[in-house]
Design a protein around this ligand. Structure first.
Ligand SMILES: Cc1cc2nc3c(=O)[nH]c(=O)nc-3n(C[C@H](O)[C@H](O)[C@H](O)COP(=O)(O)OP(=O)(O)OC[C@H]3O[C@@H](n4cnc5c(N)ncnc54)[C@H](O)[C@@H]3O)c2cc1C
Length: 441
């Protein structure tokens, strides 16, 4: 690869960015992938880290490890802070330097999304969201600590507050978290505590929507709801959360005392639209052209959760498949231009379906006209999630862990890990770092 080869900068090593990088593996170009994390994260399984089924290392892989055989690609750990579209430069803060300029001939922005508290940013302090590995470990700490605190508490009246868990947002993430929490408390923890009865733990799932899993067919929403009821999850629908503070939440005028509130609703895109000063949709996602480029800038592509594109009159959802297919499309489009080949037809998303798990051995699946709920859907969910993990070592490890957990009920990583923070209380690992993705999924 010569130094004069064109430079392609990709920002983000998530589903979209990684797919773009892989599509450029045979391109005569210098590809630079910048991410503020050193790892690619499989977000769909974050809830399993938060509920102690899997450990962080089972759902994330170092980006440079994934791309180690791709000789034309350099991976840089850095946080992008802006783009100079006129001079074709990206600015990034690295570990010890600020505003390092990276020149590009082509740019792919795949910076994903973060939490949105719908204008109530003050909720973030008390209701962390689930978006990063740090979020998942923090929530896991919080949940496990609540049980420890209750066991150490002599006054049984306080057990109830400590063991009330409220999830705000009944999209797939909220439903999956609620189901996994219910299984955690009603199976494994039951035999291990003496003063408290973990089965008395209360799990409340609240949403202002009229049904859970609002983006799924009504029959699947109903099946998921029935399953949640069987698992003992209290579902509160039709009321927004009015207040979240250190003592719990107020929903529909009723205060629910709780020491653990988790935000599973609402996403905000990354600031890519502001960097580019490009048109955005109401949510702030960059409005891209049918070929995923930014209007007036055929050399800049935006893909995944931070892009906005309508297909057949509807905006594409913020899901992993959209990001992967768009990333692959953008990478291939750049490859073809550099190779002097003709342009591809406009991007078209191929919807393979959506699914959500509700507790052990039960999922709902919607694909085209197919509607499936129950064990078969869960098997399909498990197979598809294993297939899309980034590396085969993770596939083996997660498969073995799932079989073990399924057969024995034992969880993998039930550890409270304080990252040099105080042993109890709400910080630093209960940081409200940012977001969640519930509204999209
Ligand atoms: C809890 C949860 C569960 C989910 N479950 C599912 C599911 O079951 N099925 C499904 O299809 N989808 C699911 N999703 C949605 C799916 O994960 C996203 O749609 C997908 O990750 C979007 O891909 P992306 O490449 O746009 O962004 P991401 O995968 O989020 O990647 C963005 C990358 O950009 C990096 N980045 C961001 N800003 C900067 C910056 N300024 N500088 C440098 N790097 C930056 C980030 O570190 C990250 O690596 C879930 C999401 C969450 C949070």
């Amino acid at each position: 690869m010569s130094d004069s080869a064109p430079r392609v900068v990709i920002v983000g090593g998530g589903f979209g960015g990684l797919a773009a990088a892989k599509a450029l593996r045979k391109t005569d170009a210098q590809v630079v992938l910048v991410d503020r994390q050193n790892h690619h994260l499989f977000q769909p399984l974050l809830y399993q880290v938060a509920t102690s089924v899997l450990s962080p290392g089972q759902i994330a892989s170092p980006i440079r490890g994934i791309l180690r055989n791709q000789r034309n690609t350099t991976v840089i750990l850095g946080e992008v802070t802006g783009v100079d579209i006129d001079r074709r430069r990206v600015f990034a803060d690295s570990i010890d330097r600020e505003g390092v300029a990276l020149e590009y001939d082509y740019l792919v922005l795949a910076t994903g999304a973060s939490h949105s508290y719908f204008g109530h940013d003050e909720f973030a302090r008390f209701a962390p969201g689930l978006k990063s590995l740090a979020d998942a470990v923090s929530i896991r700490n919080h949940i496990l600590r609540a049980f420890e605190q209750a066991e150490a508490e002599e006054d049984p009246k306080r057990h109830r507050d400590l063991l009330t868990f409220v999830l705000v947002g009944a999209g797939p993430t909220g439903v999956e978290m609620a189901g996994a929490l219910a299984i955690l408390v009603r199976s494994m923890l039951q035999s291990e505590f003496r003063r408290i009865d973990p089965t008395l733990a209360r799990i409340v799932l609240a949403d202002m929507a009229p049904r859970v899993l609002g983006t799924f067919a009504e029959s699947l929403s109903a099946a998921a709801r029935t399953r949640l009821d069987e698992l003992g999850v209290e579902v509160r629908l039709g009321h927004g959360v009015e207040m979240i503070d250190a003592d719990g939440v107020i929903v529909g005028g009723e205060r629910i005392a709780s020491k653990t509130v988790i935000w599973t609703a609402g996403v905000a895109p990354s600031p890519a639209g502001k960097w580019l000063k490009a048109p955005t949709d109401r949510a702030g996602r960059v409005r891209v052209q049918p070929d995923l480029s930014v209007p007036g800038h055929p050399e800049i592509f935006v893909v995944g959760d931070t892009a906005s594109l309508d297909q057949d009159g509807h905006p594409l959802a913020g899901v992993a498949q959209v990001a992967m297919q768009q990333g692959r499309y953008a990478g291939t489009a750049i490859h073809r231009r550099l190779a002097g080949e003709s342009a591809r037809p406009p991007f078209r998303y191929f919807d393979k379906g959506t699914m959500a798990v509700v507790g052990k051995g039960f999922a709902v699946l919607q694909s085209g006209r197919l509607r499936l709920s129950g064990f078969l859907a869960w098997l399909a969910w498990a197979a598809i999630h294993l297939e899309f993990l980034a590396q085969s070592s993770l596939r083996v490890s997660v498969f073995v862990q799932w079989v073990w957990t399924y057969l024995t009920g034992q969880r993998g990583a039930r550890l409270i890990v304080n990252h040099h923070g105080p042993a109890t209380g709400d910080s630093p690992d209960t940081h409200a770092e940012t977001g969640q993705i519930g509204a999209q999924r």
